[in-house]
Design a protein around this ligand. Structure first.
Ligand code: Q46
Ligand code: ZN
Ligand code: ZN
Length: 315
């Protein structure tokens, strides 16, 4: 296999692009894809400071790495979910990365904000761990960005993540989720910061290769709650499809974004107002995060679940 750019020996073959690259030209290709995502969706400008939500995994650290290399002003945000050794180790990876690259890393402890670490929250509410976790993460990312004055939060979601989410939403025809499926969600309220996914054009394999070739020290283990998550089985299904038909994942996601999403966008009309407890935005009186935190406080771990908060429309 030869590099498409220089003819040297290739380090990686990208079947969906029908191309192969040597290591420096793969890094160049990767950065170009990120630049194109930022440009196409007007994710942020060079005058803005971007808050990069990092988990210690390959995707978010690869994203932070590219943005720093490309000269963007950034700060990291690590959400400590309190998930046993996984959280301890992933936090250490983020702190080491930030120190090595001379960047600020903000750390928020979920246990402090919700009243208990994620595994305890699950016991109290009996709602799926990832659902309480996802809700808390979205809420805290937005709150941290507002508090520190960052206009935009970037997350490390890649093509595989986005295609799997889309697949799940289509499977159940969750039209509200389809409306929100986008590489860039604008701020629709002064208390909502923009949310962007600059890696949506790159596959999981590509971000892993970038992290490896760039010498990024990331946590290889997955969150223990990821095992058995439906998103994983959707990923496996899509991987099988990709195996027999390279580019299928790409076509599925990009076809939706280009052709179908505008139709769902027109359906969206939500009335946002400040939560009467915390002041962040919600569609009701009290936001889903405050309901969750209240439930944790009232019930404490190990007691019977009470009325679970209605899911807040995720964004
Ligand atoms: S961290 Fe949280 Fe994920 Fe772990 S509990 Fe689920 S949502 S799997 S990305
Ligand atoms: Zn080359
Ligand atoms: Zn609230």
């Amino acid at each position: 296999m030869r590099c498409r750019k220089c003819g040297g020996s290739a380090a990686l073959e990208l079947r969906r692009h029908n191309a192969a690259f040597c290591s420096p030209h793969f890094i160049e290709f990767f950065k170009k894809q990120v630049a194109e995502a930022i440009h196409k969706h007007r994710m942020f400008s060079r005058d803005e400071t971007i808050m990069v939500a990092v988990s210690g995994g390959k995707d978010s650290l690869a994203l932070w790495d590219v943005l720093i290399d490309e000269g963007y002003r950034t700060a990291g945000l690590y959400l400590d979910l309190g998930i046993f050794d996984y959280s301890v180790e992933s936090r250490a990876k983020c702190e080491a990365f930030a120190a090595r690259r001379g960047q600020t890393l903000h750390v928020e402890r979920v246990a402090e904000a919700v009243g208990a670490p994620i595994p305890e929250v699950q016991k109290v509410t009996r709602r799926p761990t990832c659902s309480a976790c996802g809700l808390s993460k979205r809420y805290l990312m937005n709150r941290a960005a507002l508090e520190h004055g960052y206009p935009v939060v970037a997350t490390g979601h890649n093509l595989d993540d986005e295609a799997a989410t889309l697949f799940g939403s289509v499977l159940h025809w969750q039209t509200d989720a389809l409306t929100r499926q986008s590489p860039a969600l604008p701020s629709t309220h002064p208390k909502l910061v923009r949310r962007v996914k600059p890696l949506y054009r790159l596959s999981e394999l590509e971000t892993a290769a970038y992290a490896f070739l760039s010498g990024i020290d990331y946590i290889v283990e997955e969150c223990p709650f990821a095992t058995g998550a439906t998103s994983l089985s959707h990923k496996e299904l899509l991987n099988r499809l990709e195996e027999s038909s390279p580019g299928a994942k790409h076509n599925f996601l990009f076809g939706f974004l280009d052709k179908a999403r505008p139709a769902f966008e027109r359906m969206e009309e939500v009335d946002l107002r400040p939560c009467s407890a915390c002041g962040q935005v919600t569609t009701g009186e009290i936001c889903a995060f405050c309901k969750l935190a209240d439930l944790v406080k009232r019930r404490g771990a190990g007691r019977a679940p009470a009325d679970n908060p209605a899911p807040e429309p995720a964004r």
